[in-house]
Design a protein around this ligand. Structure first.
Ligand code: CTP
Ligand code: MG
Length: 184
């Protein structure tokens, strides 16, 4: 199955549905996160934290499991519309874990730039997670990725344009309801 059989609006919705585990893994990590820092409080050779208190095992685990759960929820709602290929669990895992791994990689980079936990880094904060999700899928499930997300430029363009809005929107909501420390 590929995107050619859909209208433009349907394509956008399909792309967002496919990426939902990646988007929501990050959001769920904010809810489950905050316990057991992955770097165990350790410093890097530059004197800054390796990752910082914003990257915890409870966030990584909760977000990964949460993203996979979201994937299965959507898959069952959509019935036989098989958006995630034959290796469903693995694709859900790559999307969810990749999302948090990307976020973690960005934190490592931010700490090397002397930025503290929660400091803003506009483009990096917005794209780190989708980039790593897609990269892991590209490495481990290339056939699936080629058939959906790399099927022409439409899907990538959709992700590129909509991700900053989704990211910002969700973070503002998280900030307003008090689960996130900053609105970005
Ligand atoms: N979080 C977590 N573990 C993760 C990811 C996120 O515990 N692996 C939680 C943390 O409580 C974190 C919050 O989600 O503060 C928001 O995530 P994010 O904005 O990615 O972290 P920041 O606090 O901004 O830290 P950084 O500057 O390292 O990105
Ligand atoms: Mg942040």
């Amino acid at each position: 199955m590929d995107l050619e059989s859909y209208s433009t609006l349907e394509c956008i919705i399909v792309v967002l549905l496919i990426m939902a585990p990646a988007y929501l893994a990050n959001t769920i990590a904010v809810l489950t996160g905050g316990r057991y820092p992955i770097d165990q409080g350790k410093l890097y050779s530059d004197g800054n934290r390796i990752l910082g208190d914003g990257k915890t095992w409870s966030g990584l685990l909760g977000g990964t499991i949460g993203g996979i759960t979201v994937g299965y929820g959507l898959a069952s709602l959509l019935g036989d519309m098989n958006l995630w290929g034959g290796n469903t669990f693995f694709v859900f895992f790559l999307l969810s874990f990749g999302s948090l791994f990307g976020d973690m990689t960005a934190s490592f980079y931010k700490r090397r730039q002397n930025l503290q936990r929660g400091d803003k880094f506009p483009l990096l904060d917005m794209y780190d997670f989708v980039f790593m999700s897609l990269l892991l899928c590209f490495i481990f499930q290339p056939d699936w990725l080629l058939s959906w997300i790399l099927d022409g430029w439409g899907p990538l363009f959709t992700i590129l344009v909509l991700t900053p809005f989704l990211h910002r929107g969700v973070n503002i909501i998280g900030y307003k309801i008090g689960v996130k420390n900053e609105p970005w």
